[in-house]
Design a protein around this ligand. Structure first.
Ligand code: DMJ
Length: 655
């Protein structure tokens, strides 16, 4: 007999009962013996054991992802095994199927409750990289080369050795490991020295971008809070739509840069102050790419419902633009009155504008399961696909909203008014999981058209540039806007398009860099003319009226893509030079950055007193992504950036 006090303890020691128990009976004997022991226990002891067992079971279940998902209302089928490009097996969270085509998308089950619907729609927030806190290593890699990258040093995170568990920052993006040894070997440094050098360089560049953002934000907050654009010299603001354009455009940049405090303040403004119920005319294209795109991407990154609600609100208010005789949308909409109209002087719309709103409206349909948005923008693409008046896939710059035909025919450019048509052909194809062959067909044909009609070499350096064509006449004029093209070509090559696209991307990247490097301020003008005759002293000429710089993003954007895919460090160094030039010539001491009128005279840049919203929405975001070594920070296999640098999920990656 145990003394009474021992009754609170359970002895689990198993003793040999008897040497006479033979092998055949041992199982039965063990069962009887266990049962006897169990009966000998007091009620309290039995309850304690049962409680401990239940506790163990619950703990085990909660660490098992598939079960956890189920407990949270997901289906077990939402997780599947996938093989990544390197052949590693991993678990990939599934997002429900995309809306395949207008009218054909999956419908929610009829008896679904509203909370079930909310959960289902929340799962459409994908891809998982920034929203799931537990990230499998290598899941978001864009290239094999990214296996050998330097450390991400945001707030000192992610400094673990290769293969270690890595820390996560507050955004949920996981800082990854590095292989400094390889780089060091090449330079003749010790691996430790090289690691230190790279890590310091990366840290200081990322910090410089954050610093630039904080400085820009300081000016906006102090002098333009809640207004469209900061006027940093006059310490005031300018309105375009009166919708807090800069604040909305900058939301996802703050999230990506990890500027939590600034983001929270801006979020509060969005939830408490932002109203689209206003009697204002807005430009369909600009408000789609900046406002709708900005809200959708912020919703994806954060999961906060307020951003999706606002996106639905602005999206539905923009729909009257599509009520035209041809279904080619008008350029302007009054979002308060629900009326739309073309500009006063014409019934034409710009081709780039009507064909660069698709990523956003298609995503809105996917998220809301309301196919009206996708139907409207796909109709535009369908019509443009069939139109006469293209030359080798190149499109004119205007389209009539009554007839649905191209106007001002015979003029072809990759710059203003046509640029993002080409960009969105490729990006819609990627967004939709590469299932829409007409988009790819049009894109490939257009790139051949560029090669055949618009590519030339400059003198003396032999830079490859993209000129313009007017009724058969070639002009060596290139807008800075065209510098989106190296990035787009590289993105296409990454997604399986011909390798010569990547070669052309590299050549054009060099040209876009030279548009900065050959200027006295180190900043590109809005438009350049290339010299083509032998004996020219330099490649780039700039007309008086074209000497301005609006803090545009295109070159930095392309540098980001080129670096991600090639890992050639020169692209980062070029970006670093450009950032320093922005700081030297456009930074306003009291807060903010300003566009300038003259990139040719470092002593007289003639500030324009305007900070465009895309400086925060795009330029600084691309700088940060260029300098960051974390491939899981917006993997280009999982996200596609809209033309205003707002990342949206690739449906195939989320399926
Ligand atoms: C942005 O609004 C977008 O990038 C657009 O596609 C072109 N113009 C500006 C930036 O230069």
């Amino acid at each position: 007999m145990h003394p009474p006090s021992r009754k609170d303890f359970v002895s689990l020691t198993l003793t040999e009962a008897s040497g006479s128990v033979n092998y055949n009976n041992s199982k039965q004997w063990r069962r009887q013996s266990c049962w006897r022991k169990w009966k000998q226990l007091s009620r309290l002891q039995r309850s304690l054991i049962l409680f401990a067992l239940v506790l163990l079971l619950v703990c085990w279940l909660s660490t098992y992802p598939a079960v956890t998902d189920q407990l949270q209302g997901l289906n077990v089928g939402d997780v599947e095994k996938v093989e990544d490009k390197e052949g590693d097996l991993g678990l990939k969270p599934l997002v429900p199927k995309v809306l395949a085509e207008p009218g054909k998308q999956e419908r929610p089950p009829q008896l679904e409750t509203s909370s079930e619907k909310q959960k289902r729609l929340a799962r459409k927030r994908g891809p998982p990289v920034l929203q799931h806190r537990l990230q499998k290593k290598g899941n978001g890699s864009d290239t094999q080369a990214e296996e050998h990258r330097g450390p991400d040093v945001v707030k000192g995170e992610g400094k673990g050795e290769k293969g270690e568990e890595k820390g996560e920052n507050w955004r949920g993006a996981v800082a990854d490991a590095e292989d400094p040894g390889k780089v060091a070997e090449n330079r003749g440094d010790s691996p430790a020295d090289e690691e230190d050098r790279l890590s310091q360089e990366t840290a200081s560049r990322l910090e410089a971008v954050k610093e630039a953002f904080r400085h820009a934000w300081k000016g906006y907050k102090e002098f333009a809070w809640g207004h469209d654009e900061l006027r940093p010299i006059s310490k005031s603001y300018g309105e375009w739509f009166g919708l807090g354009l800069t604040l909305i455009d900058a939301l996802d940049t703050m999230w990506i840069l990890g500027l939590k405090e600034e983001f929270e303040e801006a979020k509060t403004w969005v939830s408490t102050e932002l109203s689209f119920n206003k009697n204002v005319d807005v430009n369909l294209f600009e408000s789609t790419i900046r406002i709708l795109g900005g809200l959708l991407s912020t919703y994806h990154l954060t999961g906060e419902a307020v951003f999706l609600d606002k996106a639905k609100d602005i999206g539905s208010r923009l729909m009257p633009a599509f009520s035209t005789p041809s279904k080619i949308p008008y350029s302007d909409v009054n979002i308060g009155k629900g009326t739309a109209h073309p500009p006063r002087w014409t019934s034409d719309s710009t081709v780039a504008e009507v064909t660069s709103i698709q990523l956003e409206f298609r995503e809105l349909s996917r998220l809301t399961e309301d196919d009206r948005y996708q139907a409207a923008v796909s109709e535009v693409m369908k019509q443009v696909h069939k139109l006469e008046g293209k030359q080798d896939g190149l499109v004119p710059m205007f389209i009539n909203t009554n007839s649905g035909q191209f106007t001002h025919q015979g003029v072809f450019t990759l710059g203003a008014r046509a640029d993002s048509y080409y960009e969105y052909l490729l990006k819609q194809w990627i967004q939709g999981g590469k299932k829409e062959p007409e988009l790819l067909e049009d894109y490939l044909q257009a790139m051949e058209g560029v090669k055949k009609n618009l590519l030339q070499k400059s003198s003396p350096k032999g830079l490859t540039f993209v000129g313009e064509l007017s009724h058969g006449q070639f002009s060596p004029k290139m807008d800075h806007l065209v510098c989106f093209l190296p990035g787009t070509l590289a993105l296409g090559a990454h997604h399986g398009l011909p390798a010569d696209h990547m070669e052309l991307a590299k050549q054009l990247m060099e040209t876009c860099y030279q548009m900065y490097a050959q200027m006295e301020t180190g900043l590109s003008p809005e438009i350049v003319h290339f010299n083509m005759h032998q004996g020219s002293i330099r490649d780039v000429d700039v007309k008086l009226a074209d000497r301005h710089n609006l803090l545009r993003p295109e070159t930095v954007e392309s540098l980001f893509y080129l670096y991600r895919f090639t890992k050639d460090k020169k692209y980062r160094d070029w970006g670093w030079e450009i950032l320093q030039s922005f700081n030297k010539y456009t930074k306003v001491s009291t807060g903010g950055y300003t566009s300038i009128n003259n990139v040719r005279d470092p002593d007289y840049t003639s500030p324009r007193d305007k900070m465009e919203s895309f400086f925060l929405g795009e330029t600084l975001k691309y700088f940060y992504l260029l300098f960051s070594d974390d491939p899981n920070l917006l993997s280009l296999d999982q996200y596609v950036f809209n033309t205003e640098a707002h990342p949206l999920p690739i449906w195939a990656a989320a399926e």
